[in-house]
Design a protein around this ligand. Structure first.
Ligand SMILES: [Zn+2]
Ligand SMILES: [Zn+2]
Length: 305
């Protein structure tokens, strides 16, 4: 297959019917991410952006592209955050890559750990609560740490490396569970809690890669020569993994279905938010940790007492 420029193609995008050479793929990939950022107003003058990095391909791509936008500007700042959940033989390796990349780019990196902030490593917790619960305990703990760390370090935005596949997966999960309140907090910029409460406690999260398929994020990282781990978290399992597999199969038979899931969700989001606003009680501050919560004691303090 040939690219429109005549060079050999390295990728065919079935959802567009387009083949691209490496040069035009890189260009088109970046253009799409920049367009996502613009379309949703993810960045503005005066922003200090915390980028959550894990050492995986996605978060390195995210750091590269945000740095490309922010580093030439004098009215924005960027720094990186990483969380060590304490997963033996997995995270220590990916964190090594994260450190290397931030050093190379001269971006400050702040590292936090479950052990230090939640009292236990994820491995220790999983031994108590069982493997099936790992993703729940991990995501609640991570989100709490990232939000608090970003705020204490003066960030105005928290960027995460969620790609199109992650987004479609989560949308389907919330759909299946019928969890409209959780869905209401989703979207391109998760600032709904702030507009609701006018609180400064919550740092809006942005997801510039949400319209970029996982396979293309990985290809971009490879072409850029990033070193990253391909290992999947040893705890990834349960319904999320099944939906991930289902979407992969579905996408290969019906190219573009993940985009469609995402865009349909974006169109419905104002309605979902309206529904949630009318029914959900106001957010309060957690009695134990003081963070925003929909219950008197937040999920983090319930799960990680
Ligand atoms: Zn080309
Ligand atoms: Zn709490």
């Amino acid at each position: 297959m040939k690219c429109r420029c005549g060079r050999d193609a390295i990728i065919f995008r079935p959802y567009e019917g387009v083949a691209l050479c490496s040069r035009h793929f890189l260009k088109s990939f970046e253009k799409r991410v920049f367009k996502t950022i613009r379309k949703h107003g993810m960045l503005k003058s005066g922003d200090r952006v915390a980028v959550a990095i894990s050492g995986g391909a996605d978060s390195q791509v995210l750091l590269e592209l945000l740095n490309k936008i922010i580093s030439p500007r004098h009215d924005m700042e960027i720094f990186a955050l990483a969380v060590d959940e304490g997963i033996e033989g997995y995270r220590s390796k990916t964190l090594k890559y994260a450190k290397a990349l931030t050093e190379e780019k001269g971006i400050e990196l702040h590292l936090f750990s479950f052990k230090e902030l939640l009292g236990k490593t994820l491995d220790e917790k999983v031994r108590e609560v069982g493997r099936d619960q790992a993703c729940l305990y991990c995501s609640i703990g991570r989100r709490w740490i990232l939000n608090r760390a970003a705020r204490e370090l003066g960030a105005t935005k928290l960027a995460t490396g969620h790609n199109l596949n992650d987004e479609a997966e989560t949308i389907l999960m919330n759909w299946i569970r019928g969890d409209l309140f959780r869905a209401a907090r989703y979207g391109a910029i998760t600032d709904w809690a702030i507009t609701q409460t006018k609180s400064q406690l919550f740092i809006p999260r942005i997801k510039p890669l949400r319209e970029s398929p996982e396979s293309e994020c990985t290809l971009y990282a490879r072409l850029k020569g990033f070193r990253f781990s391909r290992r999947i978290c040893p705890y990834k399992g349960g319904i999320r993994r099944e939906i991930w597999r289902f979407l992969k199969r579905f996408e290969s038979r019906h190219p573009g279905i993940s985009f469609s899931i995402l865009h349909t969700f974006d169109k419905l989001l104002p309605l979902i938010r309206q529904y949630a606003e009318e029914r959900e009680g106001p957010l309060v501050t957690c009695r134990k940790c003081g963070e925003l919560s929909s219950e008197p004691v937040c999920r983090r303090c319930q799960l990680w007492p």
